[in-house]
Design a binder for this molecule. Structure first.
Ligand SMILES: [Zn+2]
Length: 334
Protein backbone atom coordinates (compact mmCIF):
# COMPACT_ATOMS: atom_id res chain seq x y z
CA UNK A 1 0.00 0.00 0.00
CA UNK A 2 1.69 3.23 -1.03
CA UNK A 3 1.15 6.72 0.25
CA UNK A 4 -0.23 9.35 -2.03
CA UNK A 5 -2.96 11.77 -2.74
CA UNK A 6 -5.87 10.69 -4.89
CA UNK A 7 -9.36 11.91 -5.28
CA UNK A 8 -12.72 10.70 -6.39
CA UNK A 9 -16.34 11.62 -6.20
CA UNK A 10 -19.21 9.33 -5.49
CA UNK A 11 -21.62 9.75 -8.35
CA UNK A 12 -24.53 7.70 -7.16
CA UNK A 13 -25.51 5.10 -4.68
CA UNK A 14 -28.41 2.76 -4.41
CA UNK A 15 -29.53 0.51 -1.62
CA UNK A 16 -32.03 -2.21 -2.32
CA UNK A 17 -33.86 -4.17 0.36
CA UNK A 18 -33.37 -7.89 0.47
CA UNK A 19 -36.52 -9.26 -1.12
CA UNK A 20 -38.64 -11.62 0.86
CA UNK A 21 -37.91 -15.27 0.43
CA UNK A 22 -40.86 -15.93 -1.83
CA UNK A 23 -39.44 -13.64 -4.45
CA UNK A 24 -35.74 -14.33 -4.13
CA UNK A 25 -34.71 -11.92 -6.83
CA UNK A 26 -31.27 -10.59 -7.44
CA UNK A 27 -32.23 -7.08 -6.37
CA UNK A 28 -30.89 -7.62 -2.88
CA UNK A 29 -27.72 -5.80 -3.61
CA UNK A 30 -26.35 -2.43 -2.89
CA UNK A 31 -24.21 -0.67 -5.38
CA UNK A 32 -22.33 2.51 -5.75
CA UNK A 33 -20.50 4.13 -8.56
CA UNK A 34 -17.41 6.19 -8.11
CA UNK A 35 -15.37 8.14 -10.53
CA UNK A 36 -11.94 9.71 -10.17
CA UNK A 37 -12.57 13.40 -9.66
CA UNK A 38 -11.98 15.29 -6.48
CA UNK A 39 -12.31 15.65 -2.74
CA UNK A 40 -11.06 12.49 -1.08
CA UNK A 41 -7.48 12.13 0.02
CA UNK A 42 -5.97 8.82 0.88
CA UNK A 43 -3.29 9.10 3.47
CA UNK A 44 -1.44 5.92 4.34
CA UNK A 45 -4.14 3.88 2.76
CA UNK A 46 -7.01 5.48 4.60
CA UNK A 47 -9.64 7.82 3.28
CA UNK A 48 -9.84 11.08 5.15
CA UNK A 49 -12.09 13.74 3.81
CA UNK A 50 -15.45 15.36 3.82
CA UNK A 51 -16.29 13.90 0.47
CA UNK A 52 -19.70 14.81 -0.71
CA UNK A 53 -21.79 11.70 -0.61
CA UNK A 54 -24.76 11.64 -2.84
CA UNK A 55 -27.54 9.50 -1.56
CA UNK A 56 -30.05 11.08 -3.87
CA UNK A 57 -30.07 8.94 -6.92
CA UNK A 58 -29.50 10.38 -10.31
CA UNK A 59 -29.38 6.94 -11.79
CA UNK A 60 -31.52 4.02 -10.91
CA UNK A 61 -29.51 0.88 -10.59
CA UNK A 62 -31.80 -2.06 -10.57
CA UNK A 63 -30.39 -5.52 -10.84
CA UNK A 64 -32.80 -7.52 -12.89
CA UNK A 65 -32.55 -11.26 -13.15
CA UNK A 66 -30.15 -11.09 -16.05
CA UNK A 67 -28.05 -8.45 -14.25
CA UNK A 68 -28.44 -6.23 -17.28
CA UNK A 69 -27.90 -2.86 -15.68
CA UNK A 70 -25.61 -1.03 -18.05
CA UNK A 71 -28.46 0.41 -20.08
CA UNK A 72 -29.83 2.09 -16.94
CA UNK A 73 -26.69 4.06 -16.22
CA UNK A 74 -26.40 7.67 -17.28
CA UNK A 75 -22.78 7.90 -16.21
CA UNK A 76 -19.83 5.79 -17.15
CA UNK A 77 -18.37 4.33 -13.99
CA UNK A 78 -14.69 3.82 -13.41
CA UNK A 79 -15.43 1.33 -10.71
CA UNK A 80 -18.48 -0.15 -9.03
CA UNK A 81 -18.69 -1.56 -5.53
CA UNK A 82 -21.46 -3.93 -4.60
CA UNK A 83 -22.35 -5.24 -1.17
CA UNK A 84 -24.34 -8.45 -1.03
CA UNK A 85 -25.71 -10.44 1.90
CA UNK A 86 -23.85 -13.70 2.31
CA UNK A 87 -20.47 -15.34 2.00
CA UNK A 88 -18.42 -13.58 -0.65
CA UNK A 89 -15.23 -15.30 -1.75
CA UNK A 90 -12.10 -13.36 -2.55
CA UNK A 91 -12.75 -13.79 -6.28
CA UNK A 92 -16.03 -11.88 -5.96
CA UNK A 93 -18.34 -14.92 -6.10
CA UNK A 94 -21.35 -15.04 -3.81
CA UNK A 95 -20.76 -18.57 -2.61
CA UNK A 96 -23.59 -18.85 -0.06
CA UNK A 97 -26.49 -16.51 0.61
CA UNK A 98 -29.09 -18.03 2.96
CA UNK A 99 -31.58 -15.22 2.29
CA UNK A 100 -30.94 -15.22 -1.46
CA UNK A 101 -30.69 -18.89 -2.26
CA UNK A 102 -31.32 -18.53 -5.95
CA UNK A 103 -28.18 -16.50 -6.53
CA UNK A 104 -25.94 -18.51 -4.21
CA UNK A 105 -22.93 -19.53 -6.25
CA UNK A 106 -23.22 -16.62 -8.68
CA UNK A 107 -19.91 -15.30 -10.02
CA UNK A 108 -21.00 -11.73 -9.36
CA UNK A 109 -17.76 -9.90 -10.08
CA UNK A 110 -17.14 -11.67 -13.36
CA UNK A 111 -20.71 -11.16 -14.49
CA UNK A 112 -20.90 -7.46 -13.64
CA UNK A 113 -17.47 -6.65 -15.04
CA UNK A 114 -18.54 -8.24 -18.30
CA UNK A 115 -21.68 -6.14 -18.42
CA UNK A 116 -20.41 -2.85 -17.12
CA UNK A 117 -17.06 -3.00 -18.79
CA UNK A 118 -15.35 -1.61 -15.71
CA UNK A 119 -13.67 -2.68 -12.49
CA UNK A 120 -16.09 -4.20 -9.95
CA UNK A 121 -15.66 -5.13 -6.31
CA UNK A 122 -18.11 -7.45 -4.55
CA UNK A 123 -18.07 -7.66 -0.78
CA UNK A 124 -20.35 -8.73 2.02
CA UNK A 125 -22.82 -5.88 2.60
CA UNK A 126 -22.25 -5.62 6.37
CA UNK A 127 -18.49 -5.54 5.88
CA UNK A 128 -19.12 -2.69 3.43
CA UNK A 129 -21.25 -0.89 6.03
CA UNK A 130 -18.44 -1.31 8.56
CA UNK A 131 -16.02 0.19 6.05
CA UNK A 132 -18.21 3.27 5.61
CA UNK A 133 -18.93 3.88 9.28
CA UNK A 134 -15.31 3.28 10.26
CA UNK A 135 -14.00 5.78 7.72
CA UNK A 136 -16.66 8.47 7.69
CA UNK A 137 -19.31 7.62 10.25
CA UNK A 138 -19.62 7.11 13.99
CA UNK A 139 -16.59 4.79 14.00
CA UNK A 140 -14.20 7.35 12.57
CA UNK A 141 -10.97 7.32 14.56
CA UNK A 142 -11.82 4.13 16.49
CA UNK A 143 -9.36 1.25 16.56
CA UNK A 144 -11.96 -1.42 17.22
CA UNK A 145 -15.55 -1.51 16.10
CA UNK A 146 -18.26 -4.03 15.46
CA UNK A 147 -20.82 -3.23 12.77
CA UNK A 148 -24.14 -5.01 13.05
CA UNK A 149 -26.74 -4.67 10.30
CA UNK A 150 -30.28 -5.60 11.24
CA UNK A 151 -32.55 -6.22 8.28
CA UNK A 152 -33.95 -9.34 6.69
CA UNK A 153 -31.12 -11.13 8.44
CA UNK A 154 -28.21 -9.90 10.56
CA UNK A 155 -24.86 -9.05 9.04
CA UNK A 156 -21.60 -8.19 10.75
CA UNK A 157 -18.41 -6.32 9.98
CA UNK A 158 -15.37 -6.23 12.25
CA UNK A 159 -12.73 -3.52 12.61
CA UNK A 160 -9.72 -4.67 14.61
CA UNK A 161 -6.49 -2.72 15.06
CA UNK A 162 -7.85 -0.02 12.74
CA UNK A 163 -8.37 -2.46 9.88
CA UNK A 164 -11.30 -4.37 8.47
CA UNK A 165 -10.97 -7.99 9.53
CA UNK A 166 -11.89 -10.28 6.62
CA UNK A 167 -10.95 -13.71 8.03
CA UNK A 168 -9.10 -16.54 6.32
CA UNK A 169 -11.61 -17.07 3.51
CA UNK A 170 -13.15 -13.57 3.55
CA UNK A 171 -16.13 -14.94 5.51
CA UNK A 172 -15.61 -13.19 8.86
CA UNK A 173 -18.55 -11.48 10.51
CA UNK A 174 -21.39 -13.94 9.80
CA UNK A 175 -22.77 -13.08 13.20
CA UNK A 176 -26.42 -13.57 12.28
CA UNK A 177 -25.90 -17.32 12.23
CA UNK A 178 -24.50 -17.47 15.72
CA UNK A 179 -26.84 -19.97 17.41
CA UNK A 180 -28.56 -18.49 20.45
CA UNK A 181 -31.07 -21.30 20.92
CA UNK A 182 -30.30 -24.75 19.48
CA UNK A 183 -33.98 -25.68 19.84
CA UNK A 184 -35.20 -22.45 18.25
CA UNK A 185 -36.99 -21.80 14.96
CA UNK A 186 -35.44 -22.94 11.69
CA UNK A 187 -33.18 -20.53 9.90
CA UNK A 188 -32.72 -20.00 6.16
CA UNK A 189 -29.15 -21.29 6.55
CA UNK A 190 -30.44 -24.74 7.49
CA UNK A 191 -29.64 -24.52 11.22
CA UNK A 192 -31.94 -23.79 14.14
CA UNK A 193 -32.15 -20.87 16.53
CA UNK A 194 -29.73 -18.52 14.78
CA UNK A 195 -29.53 -15.02 16.24
CA UNK A 196 -31.12 -13.49 13.16
CA UNK A 197 -34.31 -15.47 13.76
CA UNK A 198 -34.79 -13.31 16.88
CA UNK A 199 -33.01 -9.99 16.48
CA UNK A 200 -33.41 -8.97 12.79
CA UNK A 201 -36.32 -7.09 11.23
CA UNK A 202 -37.81 -10.43 10.22
CA UNK A 203 -37.14 -11.74 13.74
CA UNK A 204 -39.17 -8.86 15.15
CA UNK A 205 -42.01 -9.72 12.78
CA UNK A 206 -41.84 -13.37 13.87
CA UNK A 207 -42.04 -12.44 17.58
CA UNK A 208 -44.98 -10.15 16.76
CA UNK A 209 -46.82 -12.85 14.81
CA UNK A 210 -46.48 -15.24 17.74
CA UNK A 211 -47.91 -12.59 20.08
CA UNK A 212 -50.70 -11.85 17.62
CA UNK A 213 -51.66 -15.50 17.21
CA UNK A 214 -51.70 -15.85 21.02
CA UNK A 215 -54.12 -12.88 21.10
CA UNK A 216 -51.64 -10.78 23.05
CA UNK A 217 -51.36 -7.96 20.54
CA UNK A 218 -54.77 -6.84 19.23
CA UNK A 219 -53.64 -3.35 18.19
CA UNK A 220 -50.78 -4.74 16.15
CA UNK A 221 -53.10 -7.26 14.49
CA UNK A 222 -55.40 -4.37 13.62
CA UNK A 223 -52.51 -2.46 12.03
CA UNK A 224 -51.66 -5.56 10.03
CA UNK A 225 -55.14 -5.58 8.49
CA UNK A 226 -56.74 -7.90 11.02
CA UNK A 227 -54.57 -10.91 10.23
CA UNK A 228 -51.98 -11.96 12.83
CA UNK A 229 -50.09 -13.90 10.15
CA UNK A 230 -49.51 -10.64 8.26
CA UNK A 231 -47.70 -8.89 11.13
CA UNK A 232 -44.34 -7.46 10.14
CA UNK A 233 -41.70 -5.56 12.08
CA UNK A 234 -43.00 -2.19 10.89
CA UNK A 235 -46.47 -2.86 12.34
CA UNK A 236 -44.97 -3.50 15.79
CA UNK A 237 -42.79 -0.40 15.61
CA UNK A 238 -45.70 1.77 14.46
CA UNK A 239 -47.91 0.39 17.24
CA UNK A 240 -45.21 1.04 19.87
CA UNK A 241 -44.85 4.59 18.55
CA UNK A 242 -48.61 4.98 18.99
CA UNK A 243 -48.21 4.13 22.68
CA UNK A 244 -49.43 0.51 22.54
CA UNK A 245 -47.93 -1.02 25.70
CA UNK A 246 -48.15 -4.57 24.32
CA UNK A 247 -46.12 -3.49 21.30
CA UNK A 248 -43.59 -1.88 23.64
CA UNK A 249 -43.29 -5.21 25.49
CA UNK A 250 -42.54 -6.96 22.20
CA UNK A 251 -39.97 -4.27 21.36
CA UNK A 252 -38.34 -4.90 24.76
CA UNK A 253 -38.16 -8.62 24.06
CA UNK A 254 -36.70 -7.92 20.60
CA UNK A 255 -34.16 -5.52 22.17
CA UNK A 256 -33.14 -8.17 24.69
CA UNK A 257 -32.38 -10.60 21.88
CA UNK A 258 -30.30 -7.94 20.12
CA UNK A 259 -28.43 -7.28 23.37
CA UNK A 260 -27.86 -10.99 23.98
CA UNK A 261 -26.02 -11.39 20.68
CA UNK A 262 -24.13 -8.13 21.14
CA UNK A 263 -22.95 -9.16 24.60
CA UNK A 264 -21.70 -12.52 23.28
CA UNK A 265 -19.82 -10.72 20.54
CA UNK A 266 -18.47 -8.08 22.92
CA UNK A 267 -17.16 -10.83 25.19
CA UNK A 268 -15.22 -12.23 22.23
CA UNK A 269 -14.11 -9.07 20.42
CA UNK A 270 -13.96 -6.42 23.15
CA UNK A 271 -14.75 -3.54 20.78
CA UNK A 272 -14.82 0.11 21.78
CA UNK A 273 -17.92 0.70 19.74
CA UNK A 274 -20.84 -1.25 18.31
CA UNK A 275 -22.60 0.40 15.38
CA UNK A 276 -26.05 -0.74 14.38
CA UNK A 277 -27.23 -0.26 10.81
CA UNK A 278 -29.36 -2.09 8.27
CA UNK A 279 -33.01 -1.69 7.36
CA UNK A 280 -34.20 -1.60 10.99
CA UNK A 281 -31.94 1.29 11.99
CA UNK A 282 -34.42 3.99 10.95
CA UNK A 283 -36.56 3.04 13.95
CA UNK A 284 -33.70 3.02 16.47
CA UNK A 285 -35.45 5.69 18.56
CA UNK A 286 -37.93 2.98 19.58
CA UNK A 287 -35.50 0.24 20.65
CA UNK A 288 -31.88 1.43 21.00
CA UNK A 289 -32.14 2.51 24.65
CA UNK A 290 -33.70 -0.85 25.58
CA UNK A 291 -30.77 -2.57 23.84
CA UNK A 292 -28.23 -0.50 25.79
CA UNK A 293 -30.00 -1.28 29.05
CA UNK A 294 -30.14 -5.04 28.43
CA UNK A 295 -26.58 -5.08 27.10
CA UNK A 296 -25.29 -3.60 30.37
CA UNK A 297 -26.96 -6.52 32.19
CA UNK A 298 -25.60 -9.17 29.86
CA UNK A 299 -22.01 -8.25 29.02
CA UNK A 300 -19.27 -9.70 31.19
CA UNK A 301 -17.77 -7.45 33.87
CA UNK A 302 -19.77 -4.34 33.07
CA UNK A 303 -18.69 -2.62 36.30
CA UNK A 304 -14.97 -3.11 35.67
CA UNK A 305 -14.59 -2.73 31.92
CA UNK A 306 -14.53 0.40 29.78
CA UNK A 307 -17.90 1.36 28.46
CA UNK A 308 -18.77 -0.13 25.07
CA UNK A 309 -20.85 2.41 23.20
CA UNK A 310 -23.74 1.26 21.05
CA UNK A 311 -24.70 3.76 18.36
CA UNK A 312 -26.89 3.94 15.27
CA UNK A 313 -25.05 4.13 11.96
CA UNK A 314 -24.42 7.72 10.83
CA UNK A 315 -25.11 6.79 7.23
CA UNK A 316 -28.10 4.68 8.17
CA UNK A 317 -29.27 2.32 5.48
CA UNK A 318 -26.78 3.78 2.96
CA UNK A 319 -23.67 2.71 4.87
CA UNK A 320 -23.40 -0.53 2.89
CA UNK A 321 -23.58 1.14 -0.51
CA UNK A 322 -21.07 3.82 0.41
CA UNK A 323 -18.66 1.32 1.97
CA UNK A 324 -18.85 -0.85 -1.14
CA UNK A 325 -17.89 2.15 -3.26
CA UNK A 326 -14.98 2.94 -0.98
CA UNK A 327 -13.69 -0.62 -1.26
CA UNK A 328 -13.85 -0.47 -5.04
CA UNK A 329 -12.18 2.94 -5.21
CA UNK A 330 -9.43 1.79 -2.90
CA UNK A 331 -8.59 -1.17 -5.13
CA UNK A 332 -8.14 1.11 -8.09
CA UNK A 333 -6.36 3.94 -6.33
CA UNK A 334 -3.88 2.14 -4.15
ZN1 LIG B 1 -28.80 -19.31 10.31
Amino acid sequence: MKNGSYSFEILASKRVDTPNRQEELVEATVALIVDLKRSVKIIEGRFDSDSSIVDELNVDIEFDKSLNIKDNLEVLPLTVGVGVPGLVARDGSLVFAPNLRRVSGLRFKEKLEGQLDCHVVIENDATCAANCEFRFGVGKGQKSMLMVTLGTGIGGGIVANSQIFHGESNFAGEIGHMVVNPFGPECSCGKKGCWERYASGSGLGRIGREAGLARKAPKIVELAGGDAESIKGEHIIASAQNGDTQAVEIIKEFSWWIALGLSNLANILDPKLIVIGGGVVNSHGVWLDFVREAFADLVEGVSVRDRINIEAAKFGIYAGAIGAGLFSAEEILI
